[in-house]
Design a protein around this ligand. Structure first.
Ligand SMILES: Cc1cc2nc3c(=O)[nH]c(=O)nc-3n(C[C@H](O)[C@H](O)[C@H](O)COP(=O)(O)OP(=O)(O)OC[C@H]3O[C@@H](n4cnc5c(N)ncnc54)[C@H](O)[C@@H]3O)c2cc1C
Length: 395
C-alpha cells in the first residue's frame, strides 16, 4: 500500500526504499507491520542506476553459502511479475603477465567445487565469437554462476510483493531522526510526523552514516561509479558473456537488445550530492580505446548513453548488515553495499529478518558484522571493486 501520511505506529520502520529496503520489507511483511519511508521515489537512487550484474559467487568464494543463497533466490524469483533473472556466464580477461596466477586460481576454485575454468586465447575466441583478444590479454577465467537483472524491475517487484503481504510504502517523506528512549529505539520522526516502532532498519544507502549521526559510527563513505552502453553495430547475441578486466576499472555485460553495457571507473567522492550524473568523458574515451583490444567489433562501438551514480563503500568492500552493539536496542543497519547491493539484496533481507526475529539462518554473520572494523572512522582508503585487482592472489 502506498500511504499519504505516516501511520501512528508499526512493528518495523525501514528508512530507505532502495533495493535493500524493499527486499527486507518483503521478508518481514508476512508477519510484521512494516512501513518503508522513502525521501524520494522508490528505487530511484543507486538502485535504479545499477548495471544489475549478479556476480556474487565469484565475490564470496570464502563464503560459498552467500552466493548460493542469492542465486537460489534469483532463480526461484525469476518470472515473478515482470522480473527476469538472466543466467549468463562471466569471463575475467587475463593479462599476459597474470596467466600463471589465473590458471592456479581457476584450478583451486574448480577443486573446491566452483564451476570455474581457465580458457586460453583460442578457447576464448572460439567459444565467444564476439571476442578477439589483442596482445595484452592471453586467456580468460570463466565463471558459470553469474547473471544479471534489471535492477529497477527487481526492486519494484520486491516492493509489490511486500505490499501484497501488507507493507506500507510512504514516498516523498524523509526520516529526520531515530527516536530513542534510554537504550531502546522507540520509532522515527519524519517530516510528516512521528511513527512509533520498536525496530528501525536504516537502509538509507550512502546517506546512512550521516543520518545516524551520533547514534553509532558507520564506516561507509560515498563513491561515484559509472556505466555506458555501446552499440557494436551488431546484436552480440546469447553467446556473449559478462566479464571484467582486472586493472582496467571495467566490467561488462550484454544487454538483452544486443548492445553491451560497460561499467566501472569508480572513485570516492566528497561531494555525493553535487556529483555529475553523467558518465565522464575520460571513461568513455577509456572504453573506446579498450574495446578494440578485446572485442571483434570493438572499433565499431558507438556510444548509446551513459550515466553515473553514488553508492556507499566500506573499507573491505563488503556491506554492514548488523544491529551494532553500541547502538540502542531495536536499531538495525544495512548499508555499504559497495557496488553489489542488487546482487546482495536477497542475502541482506534474510540476515535482517534473522536479526529482527532471532530466527536461525545458514548465512554467516561475520562477513557483515560492523565489529569486524576496529576503526569505524570514515577516512579509509577507497578500494574499487571494478579495478578487479582484488581477484588476484599472491604468486
Ligand atoms: C552506476 C552503478 C552501477 C552499479 N552496478 C551494480 C551491479 O551491477 N550489481 C549490483 O549488485 N550493484 C550495483 N550497484 C550498486 C547498487 O546499486 C547498490 O549497492 C544498491 O542499489 C544499494 O541499495 P540501497 O537500498 O542500499 O541504496 P539506495 O538504492 O541508494 O537506496 C537508499 C534509499 O534511501 C533513501 N533515503 C536516504 N536517506 C533517507 C531518509 N533520511 N529518509 C528516507 N529515505 C532516505 C534514498 O532516497 C534512497 O532511495 C551499482 C551502483 C551504481 C551507482
Amino acid at each position: 500500500m502506498v500511504a499519504d501520511a505516516p501511520p501512528e505506529s508499526a512493528d518495523v520502520v525501514i528508512v530507505g526504499g532502495g533495493v535493500i529496503g524493499c527486499a527486507a520489507a518483503r521478508l518481514l511483511a508476512s508477519d510484521h507491520d512494516v512501513v518503508v519511508v522513502e525521501r524520494g521515489q522508490l528505487a530511484a537512487e543507486a538502485t535504479a542506476l545499477a548495471a544489475g550484474e549478479v556476480t556474487i559467487t565469484p565475490s564470496y568464494t570464502d563464503y560459498p553459502e552467500v552466493g548460493d543463497h542469492a542465486l537460489d533466490f534469483f532463480h526461484e524469483y525469476d518470472g515473478t511479475g515482470e522480473f527476469h533473472y538472466e543466467d549468463r556466464e562471466s569471463v575475467e580477461l587475463v593479462p599476459t603477465d597474470r596467466v600463471g596466477e589465473a590458471r592456479r586460481r581457476s584450478e583451486r576454485l574448480a577443486s573446491e567445487g566452483y564451476d570455474v575454468e581457465f580458457l586460453d586465447r583460442d578457447e576464448i575466441e572460439s567459444r565467444y565469437p564476439g571476442f578477439d583478444l589483442g596482445a595484452e590479454f592471453e586467456a580468460g577465467v570463466r565463471h558459470a554462476d553469474t547473471g544479471f537483472v534489471d535492477p529497477y524491475t527487481f526492486a519494484t517487484t520486491l516492493a509489490d510483493d511486500a505490499t501484497e503481504r501488507g507493507a506500507t510504502f510512504l514516498t516523498g517523506t524523509a526520516v529526520t531522526d531515530v527516536l530513542v528512549d534510554g537504550e531502546t529505539v522507540t520509532g522515527v520522526e519524519t517530516d510528516e510526523g512521528t511513527i512509533e516502532a520498536p525496530t528501525v532498519l536504516v537502509a538509507a544507502g550512502w546517506r546512512t552514516p550521516e543520518f545516524l549521526g551520533g547514534i553509532t559510527p558507520v564506516p561507509v563513505r560515498p563513491y561515484r561509479t559509472q556505466c555506458i552502453v555501446l552499440d557494436l553495430g551488431t546484436d552480440v547475441g546469447e553467446a556473449f558473456p559478462m566479464g571484467w578486466i582486472p586493472g582496467k576499472h571495467v566490467y561488462f555485460r550484454p544487454e538483452l537488445n544486443g548492445d553491451v553495457l560497460v561499467g566501472g571507473w569508480s572513485f570516492a567522492t566528497d561531494d555525493p550530492v553535487g556529483a555529475s550524473g553523467n558518465a565522464d568523458e575520460e571513461f568513455i574515451q577509456h572504453v573506446a580505446d579498450l574495446a578494440p583490444r578485446f572485442l571483434a567489433d570493438g572499433d565499431r562501438a558507438r556510444f548509446v548513453n551513459g550515466w553515473a551514480g553514488v553508492d556507499g563503500a566500506t573499507p573491505d568492500t563488503r556491506p554492514i548488515i548488523d544491529a551494532p552493539a553500541d547502538a540502542p536496542d531495536g536499531l538495525v543497519v544495512a548499508t555499504g553495499f559497495h557496488g553489489r547491493g542488487v546482487m546482495t539484496a536477497p542475502v541482506a533481507a534474510t540476515l535482517v529478518r534473522s536479526i529482527v526475529t532471532g530466527e536461525e539462518t545458514d548465512l554467516p554473520r561475520e562477513p557483515f558484522a560492523i565489529d569486524r572494523f576496529e576503526d569505524r572512522s570514515r577516512d579509509f582508503r577507497f578500494v574499487s571493486i571494478s579495478s578487479g585487482d582484488e581477484s588476484y592472489e599472491a604468486d
